[in-house]
Design a protein around this ligand. Structure first.
Ligand code: SF4
Length: 922
């Protein structure tokens, strides 16, 4: 299906450029979308955007590749679909029919079971306008607070930490503070991977000021740790101990800011008593670091200005609020807040988690930072919305909503722009919930997410490059998001879907009354949201769409009459609490919710890959983004692998109390003994045999923030004995995404299966599997069919008795694909022949020979490091072996020779690591 041609976008044959915002992480980079003839053709960084000044990371740089005609036709949901019964194939229906059906089912459910029998699970992918409509729909029209966002999994502990200590959900510093700090304190944040463009600013700051002290706190020695002057590899979950231990040192040595404490805070005496229990020696021992390092961290923290940057390492914890608050305690105790270069700055995981918080579109929040528990606040919201009241009782948060669904109390569930069947913890429960809910609506841009399988009604949503609205990034900066092209097929903007649904619900639930949703444009919605902020701490009444367009992105607060937003908050030492003072939080230490024990002796840590984002519904459509981490793998300490008799690529069974999965193991020097690392991204769409990585994680959540402990679980690991192996690869330009979807059926035939795309200029699909017994001939035939390996010109060898099968397809002297079953030792050279498209020079049947020795000459390449220029680790090592000079000179020489790290810069930390290693080896 081509994009609509009835839109003005599509009639423009010349190249258009449209300023917008990246839709991935909370750095909120500005992008310039290039389009022509109604199609997105390219993207580059917006040099005028204050978040990135023209830079983009590998993900942002490839955004346009998720909007090609090929992706639109293969991966997008293009029309409303309905399943007559669970498990059946969905059938198309019109928008009118779809919305009537949804309205009938929701209205009927509310009539029969009450307002709280329905729930909305929305997304940090929503624009602020989308959030506003759905929040009003749930709380105003349907009178339920059962609306929560997937940003519950990401930022709610940061929110609770800010509110507990500073009185409002408002990150005080800004990105410019990175360049002004004397100490950067990075805690539980692999910024090099998760917020790469911000990491570029950290690198810049270090280059400009070599005396800048960088402390990195993380159980893993991540690429971020490579830049650290002091790296603290604390035991998982001991952050509060570290912070209290540091405060103990500061108190003992008189390094606190007593004047600030006396003038601007309350509660310090209780905290002082608390931290008595954390002398540095004991604290360091509990954290697993040296006492000297803990003391040095405390000294550096006090010698500000000190800026803390933190993320999921603190947030995704059953004690996340305490961790956030204990860090903010350090800032308050040293007066490191409200001044240039200082303060606690939580890094937002999603592009618009902050916008959702501003709008109050979560179960325990209310519009514009109001308090659901306060009558006056609720009355104000009801007046703004034109309803009699809004419900007072906190709604169900993300995990609670799915628990309630599994228990049968949520009967209709509306899921928008998120993939809970991949991203929520304890997937077995989530799947039970999705099966039990009587009516599931999925509003999505992508057709084949794991959640789509459970939807009764699928509604096609427009997405990046097609939507209009606003987002707010980690530093409170509001940017416009603009549409460059029309939405494909029948996809509609999320806010419009919400409004269309609301109108139909109003006909059923409040007939004859004026509509609460009289919006024709996102700007009208935003203007209503803007009015709701009047007089609040996030007041944006001085802004407008046109101001944002003419003056660029702005930070809040920006009240009526202001000429600029506020770069940083609390410079006057007055905080948004009843007495104007910040509050020290007297929080205790709680160990991880699930400590290691004899049965589950490994700590499973989760986190991000450099080139993937969340559940991969978008990045997973771009084969180039698989070059750096081509297949799912669990990383382990080399010593633990040796002890278990494992080599790189061996299959292991990872088992937690909730589920298990099979995955390849890979040795990593970044991992401590007894720790393992599993990227959060791999769902059943790419890794078969289970429900993805979150089959292992646990749903215990922080009592204040309700954010689950996704970061850590106790697991056992053992070698998996599945002797029969299969690997198949084939070029499938224009058909790879469709092939992956077709191969899901084949993945279910194996206890272990992986299906991922590969390629740079062309696209192919890799299918890998393992089993106890050889696969049935019908299963092999199906895989060959999908991978185009069943043509008559394919070369074949089969030994049914030994369960061996080999197929190679060559076309015009180039290998097009292969399948190896039973014995796969020849995979490395077969793969290279395929990837490099080297001529096979009449090798013919010799390509069917087994074993690791190739029948001809083909160079074996290693893992890709630079995805922009497709530079492998082996070429980098070879080049470095010929390079001399300082680390900086060697890096420059490497970049001059191979160009790696000269475009987006995402691979620079890894290049620096390889430089250092080559110098050590020299
Ligand atoms: Fe997008 Fe990368 Fe910028 Fe994040 S750092 S907003 S993913 S370009």
């Amino acid at each position: 299906m081509r994009v609509r041609s009835d839109d003005s976008f599509a009639q423009d044959p010349v190249l258009r450029t449209t300023p917008s915002t990246c839709c991935y992480c909370g750095v909120g980079c500005g992008v310039i979308i290039e389009s022509a003839d109604g199609r997105i053709t390219g993207v580059h960084g917006d040099a005028a955007h204050p978040a990135n000044f023209g830079r983009l990371c590998s993900k942002g740089n490839s955004l346009h590749k998720s909007a090609t005609e090929s992706v639109l036709t293969q991966a997008r949901l293009l029309q409303p679909m309905h399943r007559a019964s669970r498990g059946s194939e969905p059938e198309p229906l019109s928008w009118g029919e779809a919305l009537d059906l949804a309205a009938d089912r929701f209205a009927e459910t509310v009539r029969r079971h009450g307002s709280d029998s329905v729930g909305f699970y929305v997304s940090g992918q929503f624009l602020t306008e989308d959030y506003y409509v759905f929040n009003k729909l749930a709380k105003g029209l349907l009178q339920t607070n059962n609306i929560d966002s997937n940003s519950r999994l990401c930022m709610s502990s940061a929110v609770a930490g800010y509110k507990l200590t500073l009185g409002a959900d408002a990150p005080p510093p800004c990105y410019d503070d990175i360049a002004m700090a004397a100490t950067l304190f990075l805690v539980g944040a692999n910024t090099a991977f998760a917020h790469p463009v911000l990491f570029r600013r950290i690198e810049d700051a270090k280059r400009a000021n070599p005396r800048l002290r960088i402390v990195v706190v993380d159980p893993r020695r991540t690429d971020t740790a490579e830049i650290a002057d002091l790296f603290l590899p604390i035991a998982p979950g001991t952050d509060v101990v570290l912070f209290h231990g540091m405060l103990h040192v500061l108190l003992w040595e008189g390094l606190v800011d007593s004047a600030f404490i006396a003038r601007c805070t309350t509660g310090f005496d209780a905290l002082k008593e608390r931290v008595r229990e954390f002398p540095p020696r004991d604290a360091a021992q509990l954290c697993g670091i040296s006492e000297a390092d803990l003391v040095r961290a405390a000294h550096w923290f006090a010698q500000g200005p000190t800026l803390s940057l933190y993320c999921q390492g603190l947030n995704q914890s059953a004690d996340g609020t305490a961790k956030n608050a204990a860090l903010i305690n350090l800032h308050l105790a040293t007066g490191q807040i409200g001044k240039p270069g200082a303060g606690p700055l939580s890094l937002t995981g999603q592009p618009n988690a902050m916008g959702g918080r501003e709008v109050g579109a979560m179960a325990n929040l209310a519009s514009a930072h109001r308090d659901l528990g306060k009558v006056a606040d609720r009355t104000e919201i009801a007046r703004l919305w034109g309803v009699d009241s809004v419900p007072s009782q906190t709604g169900l948060t993300a995990v609670e909503m799915f628990e309630a669904a599994a228990a049968g109390t949520i009967k209709a569930l509306w899921i928008a722009c998120t993939n809970p069947a991949q991203s929520l913890p304890e997937q077995k429960l989530v799947r039970r919930a999705l099966e039990r809910v009587q009516f599931v609506v999925l509003q999505e841009a992508f057709a084949a997410t794991a959640t789509a399988h459970y939807a009764d009604l699928l509604l096609p949503a427009s997405t990046w490059g097609e939507k209009e609205g606003t987002v707010t990034n980690s530093e409170r900066r509001i940017s416009r998001v603009r549409a460059a092209v029309p939405a494909p097929g029948e996809a509609r903007a999320d806010w419009r879907i919400g409004v269309n649904f609301a109108h139909r619900l109003e006909e059923r639930l409040r007939p004859g009354k004026p509509s609460l949703f009289r919006y024709d444009t996102p700007e009208e919605i935003w203007n209503e949201h803007r009015e709701s902020t009047r007089g609040r701490d996030l007041d944006i009444t001085g802004l407008s769409y046109s101001f944002l367009e003419t003056h660029g992105p702005q930070q809040w607060p920006f009240p009526d009459g202001a000429i600029a937003g506020s770069a940083r908050l609390y410079a006057n030492g007055i905080f948004p609490t009843p007495d104007g003072r910040a509050r020290f939080a007297d929080v205790g230490y709680k160990p991880s919710a699930e400590p290691r024990d004899a049965r589950y002796p490994f700590s499973l840590l989760t986190g991000r890959l450099r080139d993937q984002w969340h559940g991969m519904s978008r990045t997973g459509t771009i084969p180039q983004l698989f070059g750096h981490a081509p297949e799912p793998a669990i990383e382990m300490h080399p010593g633990d692998m040796e002890r278990l008799g494992l080599a790189d690529g061996d299959l292991v069974r990872v088992r937690s109390r909730r589920g298990e999965l099979l995955i390849q193991a890979r040795a990593s020097e970044q991992i401590s003994r007894t720790h393992t690392f599993l990227p959060m991204h791999w769902g059943e769409e790419f890794l078969g045999g289970a429900e993805g990585v979150n089959t292992l994680t646990l749903r215990q959540f922080c009592p204040q923030s309700k954010q689950p402990e996704l970061k850590h679980a106790a697991v056992d690991i053992e070698r998996a004995h599945l002797p029969w192996r299969l690997v198949a690869m084939a070029w499938l330009p224009e058909r790879a995404l469709q092939a992956q979807q077709q191969l899901r059926v084949s993945m279910r035939e194996f206890p272990f299966a992986v299906c991922v795309p590969f390629g740079t200029d062309r696209t192919g699909v890799l299918f890998r599997a393992a089993a106890l017994q050889p696969a049935a001939a019908s299963v092999l035939a199906q895989i060959e069919n999908v991978l185009n390996l069943d043509s008559v010109d394919a070369l074949r060898y089969a030994d049914a008795r030994r369960g061996r099968t080999r197929t190679v397809r060559v076309c015009e002297d180039r290998m097009q694909g292969f399948l190896l079953g039973g014995e796969i030792d020849s995979e490395p050279w077969m793969r290279e022949w395929l990837l490099q498209q080297a001529p096979v020079r009449g090798l013919g049947a010799q390509l069917l020979q087994p074993g690791a020795v190739a029948p001809g000459v083909v160079a074996l390449r290693s893992r890709q490091v630079c995805s922009c220029f497709d530079v492998s680790e082996s070429s980098i090592r070879e080049t470095l072996a010929q390079t001399e000079g300082t680390a900086a000179q060697r890096l420059a020489s490497l970049q001059g020779t191979l160009r790696c790290g000269t475009n987006c810069g995402s691979c620079v930390p890894e290049l620096q690591r390889l430089v250092r290693r080559s110098m050590a080896d020299a």
